[in-house]
Design a protein around this ligand. Structure first.
Ligand SMILES: [Zn+2]
Length: 254
């Protein structure tokens, strides 16, 4: 079951995959985090619907980007590119995982102490079996994800997405070294991937971090960002004033 909502005019939320997938409309259509075969199919359906609403001949270019190289955010990229011919735009930092020498996940000794917390998050973090069942030509591996899609642009964080002057890619390392958020400078909207998720209507900095020092620095920087709509990789969107100041640290619960 997939569901598509349109919480603000330029943002569509697609649920029903293993993570939240977003479509950012504008002069280009940008799909963020098509994390599964199913998410790719749903995003394709939405793109077709948007084109139909524009008289059946929208000439808007289509892009795909990801907030980080974790399988549950990445696994539908190849399929969606095949369906749409979209350009794939990735953070330059993803390259370090493509030669198979570095793992994009935290080491087991960092994960084990967090297992009790993992239970609380069952409804927002996908289970491995759900990821494994996403149909894809690439044999999914949680530890060594692969990408078959052609990457058209490698970009450095702190720059705008190519061809757009509304959405900026912001580095947010910690959960993984390549984590980024997407920030709309006009509407103060933040798409957070796994840097922040929503548990019980409160934004939370993700407790699963690969690098505690960079995660702390990311929290410090993001706390200063003006955000009025937060779209997490897992959990429902949160809207309101001063959202980053309300975001909780990795372990504390109020
Ligand atoms: Zn992740």
């Amino acid at each position: 079951m997939g569901q598509i909502t349109n919480p603000q005019p330029d943002v569509y939320l697609i649920t029903g995959g293993v993570c939240n997938t977003y479509l950012l409309s504008g002069e280009r259509l940008t799909v963020v985090d098509p994390g599964s075969y199913r998410a790719a199919e749903l995003a394709f359906g939405l793109i077709q619907e948007i084109c139909r609403a524009n008289g059946g001949h929208s000439s808007r270019p289509i892009d795909i980007t990801c907030t980080h190289f974790h399988l549950d955010h990445f696994n539908g990229v190849d399929h969606l590119q095949k369906l749409t011919g979209a350009s794939v735009i990735l953070n330059d930092q993803v390259k370090q995982f493509l030669n198979g020498r570095r793992m994009p996940l935290p080491l087991p000794h960092r994960i084990l102490p967090l297992l009790p917390l993992r239970k609380q998050m069952d409804h927002v973090i996908p289970r491995w079996e759900n990821i494994k069942h996403s149909r894809d030509e690439v044999r999914p591996s949680l530890f060594w994800p692969r990408i078959k899609a052609e990457v058209n642009s490698w970009i450095q964080p702190e720059s705008f997405l190519p061809g757009r002057e509304d959405w900026k890619m912001i580095a947010s390392p910690g959960h993984s070294p390549d984590s980024v958020c997407l920030y709309n400078v006009g509407s103060k909207t933040l798409i957070t991937g796994d840097t922040i998720f929503n548990l019980d209507s409160r934004p939370w900095f993700h407790p699963f971090v690969q690098d505690k020092i960079s995660a702390r620095e990311t929290r410090r920087r993001l706390k200063e960002l003006e955000v009025s709509a937060l779209y997490p990789g897992h959990g429902w969107p949160v809207q309101g004033g001063n959202l980053m100041a309300k975001a909780l640290g990795p372990r504390r619960r109020n």
